[in-house]
Design a protein around this ligand. Structure first.
Ligand code: ZN
Length: 134
């Protein structure tokens, strides 16, 4: 795991947003929709994208408890999940689920964003958006 590069033109604004306590996704103004994962241009209309701050309200789509060395840079166990933001339910954000256990989770349950420092074994700590049951 390499810690995110906050100066990367494609993904830096996402990580800068996390440091500022904001959940940001790339957005096409012409299509008025999120474009995820970030890319240089809209994949539908080829328009320019900007970064849109979302409310942090989302719905849980799927989750898994990681108990083995999937990524040796992070201690296990932890919960990973896919969430769909309220403002863009057609996209999925890969995230961590915190302050809960797998038994607490249900499909389509309301979750909300939090921001946590993650410390990989290699590289610098960084702030990441994570989610918890609302
Ligand atoms: Zn577009």
């Amino acid at each position: 795991m390499i810690s995110p590069d906050l100066s990367d033109p494609l993904t830096g604004p996402f990580w800068q947003g996390a440091q500022a306590g904001e959940l940001r996704v790339s957005w096409c103004a012409a299509c008025d929709r999120a474009v995820w994962y970030p890319r240089a241009r809209c994949d539908v209309c080829d328009g320019r994208l900007h970064w849109q701050t979302l409310s942090g309200a989302a719905s849980l789509v799927a989750w898994s408890e990681v108990s083995g060395p999937l990524n040796p840079d992070f201690d296990t166990p932890y919960l990973t999940g896919l969430v769909s933001p309220r403002e863009a339910p057609y996209i999925r954000l890969v995230t961590r689920l915190v302050d809960c256990c797998a038994a607490d989770l249900r499909c389509d349950m309301a979750v909300t964003v939090r921001f946590r420092a993650l410390q990989p074994r290699r590289g610098a700590a960084f702030i990441a958006p994570v989610f918890t049951p609302a």
